[in-house]
Design a protein around this ligand. Structure first.
Ligand SMILES: Nc1ncnc2c1ncn2[C@@H]1O[C@H](COP(=O)(O)OP(=O)(O)OP(=O)(O)O)[C@@H](O)[C@H]1O
Length: 230
C-alpha cells in the first residue's frame, strides 16, 4: 500500500522555483494501476516518488507505513523500479552476473548466488542467455532481464516507467504479459492506451496535476478528449 500525503515536487532553476508536481494525496492499493499523460506532464516524477528516487519537497510518501525519506533502503527493498531504457539498469557484463548483482544482499556466497541467478533466469526464459554479454541481447531480452533482476529480490511493488516504449509489438506483449502476470502490485506509466486498459485504476496527469482518477476506459476517454481539444 502506497500513500501520498500532500506530496509535491518543486525544482529550482535559473528562473526561480517551478512546480513539476502539485501536492497530491492518493492511496494506491489496487493491484494494477496505470498512469497516463502527455510528455512532460509529470508522470515520471510521480512514479519516482513511489520508491524514493525523487523526494517530495512538500508532504510525504509512505510505503506500508515506511517513509521514502526516512526509510529509503527499506522502501527500495519493497518497491522495485523498471526504467524505459533497460541499459540504465543492466550494469554487469553478463546476464547471470547482472541478476547476481541484484541477489548480492540476500546471498553472500558467490557460487550459491550464481546458482540462484541461474534459477531466476530459468524462470524468466533467459537461462540460455546466462553467459551472453548483455550488449548482445535484443531490446526485448534486455527489458525482460532488467525485470528479472528487479523481481529476483521479491519486492512487493513494481513501478515501471514506460517499460515498453522502446520495444516492438511482440516484445511489448512479452514484457506486458510478464508485468501483468506477476504477483506484485504494478504501477505502470505508459503512453500505450491499449496496454493501460489492463489496469483496474488509471490516473491521468496533466501539467503536474492528477486530473482524473478512475477506471481505465473512463480515464482513457477523458485523456483523449483533453489532449485532442488542447
Ligand atoms: N530534476 C528536474 N529538474 C528540473 N525539471 C525537471 C526535473 N525533473 C523533471 N523536470 C521537468 O518536469 C516536467 C515533468 O517531467 P516528467 O519527466 O515527470 O514528465 P513525464 O510526464 O514523465 O514526461 P514524458 O512522457 O516525456 O516522459 C518536465 O517539464 C521536466 O522537464
Amino acid at each position: 500500500m502506497i500513500d501520498l500525503d500532500g506530496a509535491g515536487v518543486e525544482v529550482s532553476g535559473p528562473d526561480g522555483t517551478r512546480t513539476i508536481l502539485h501536492p497530491v494525496t492518493l492511496r494506491l492499493a489496487e493491484h494494477r494501476i496505470g498512469v497516463i499523460g502527455a510528455n512532460g506532464s509529470g508522470k515520471s516524477t510521480l512514479a519516482r516518488l513511489l520508491n524514493g528516487l525523487t523526494q517530495p519537497t512538500s508532504g510525504h510518501v509512505q510505503v506500508d507505513g515506511l517513509d521514502t525519506r526516512r526509510d529509503g533502503p527499506a522502501v527500495r527493498r519493497r518497491v522495485g523500479f523498471v526504467f524505459t531504457n533497460p541499459s540504465a539498469q543492466l550494469v554487469m557484463p553478463t546476464a547471470v552476473e547482472d541478476v547476481g548483482l541484484s541477489l548480492r544482499r540476500v546471498e553472500k556466497d558467490a557460487r550459491r548466488r550464481r546458482a540462484a541467478a541461474l534459477q531466476v533466469l530459468e524462470q524468466h526464459g533467459l537461462v540460455d542467455k546466462a553467459d551472453v554479454s548483455v550488449h548482445a541481447l535484443s531490446g526485448g531480452q534486455k527489458q525482460l532481464l532488467a525485470l528479472a533482476g528487479v523481481l529476483a529480490t521479491e519486492p512487493d511493488v513494481v513501478v515501471a516507467d514506460e517499460p515498453t516504449t522502446l520495444l516492438d509489438l511482440r516484445n511489448t506483449r512479452l514484457v506486458a504479459d510478464r508485468l501483468f502476470g506477476m504477483r506484485q502490485q504494478l504501477v505502470l506509466v505508459t503512453h500505450d492506451l491499449d496496454l493501460v486498459q489492463r489496469c483496474e485504476r488509471v490516473l491521468v496527469v496533466e501539467d503536474g496535476r492528477v486530473v482524473h482518477d478512475g477506471q481505465a476506459a473512463g480515464a482513457v476517454a477523458f485523456y483523449r478528449d483533453r489532449e485532442l481539444s488542447r
